[in-house]
Design a binder for this molecule. Sequence first.
Ligand code: PAF
Length: 288
Amino acid sequence: MSLLTVSTVAALRDFVHQAKFKGLSVGFVPTMGNLHAGHMSLVKHANKQCDVVIASIFVNPLQFNNQSDLTNYPRTLAQDQALLEDHGCNLLFAPTVDEMYPNGQESQSMVSVPDISMGLCGGSRPGHFDGVATVVSKLFNMVQADKAFFGEKDFQQLAVIRKMVADLCIAIDIVGVTTERNDQGLALSSRNGYLSANELALAPAIYSALQDAASAIQQGNDFASTLEQTQQRLNQKGFKVDYLALCREYDLKPATADDKQLVVLIAAFLGSARLIDNLPFSLNQTSD
Ligand code: PAF
């Protein structure tokens, strides 16, 4: 079946209604477009787990706290449609801002997910996760999918969405999909397109730094000094680290000596690009 593109909620609902009437399960991959192999991995997982796959492309103004970032965000619809078609996506929902926010962005009811939205990217980008939670909850209500697929690269976003779904009793399964990386270890991201050739060669140092930090901590090194040294090394290489944090995996609170399931998360500027990455890992469980 070839890819169908619709831009209205009515046409989307009609498609979903027909799929559900036939007893088909629906998988949903929300995106902001400029699709790459990371997104295609989400589509592949959706295809394996669901009968019908719907993707959305919407560059959501509510989650940008910087107007020029929103204006410059890459919009590559024709290329995205070709990729989705090649990967067996059935429907693309690509609404306009007016379709998404018919009463205006200012008077849109907002969804806010406390605590987990606050630090890390939420600390550096105030209001960002309110914008994400609002648009994702609207999309969930529009699509009415059985499962939705999100990349683990956006670790905090995934945690915010899981909490939102639990808190608001939204009937959808959230599936987290492992981060896709290039051969050098750089996490795939639309923002990699902002990097010069030199920066692209340097960027994989972010993931190596996370790996080194995780293994130093697994070997018993002190949390704070490991993070401090890692951050210094990256800054010396030409990054501007926005945050580097060691958190417990389940609620993203700062890790304590008692925690065993950890994640080290980073946001760092390289030139004009703000790159994020993370690495979950465990500490040996000791039996008392
Ligand atoms: O991860 C993204 O691309 C966006 O934050 C999302 C989930 C599509 C919401 O706009």
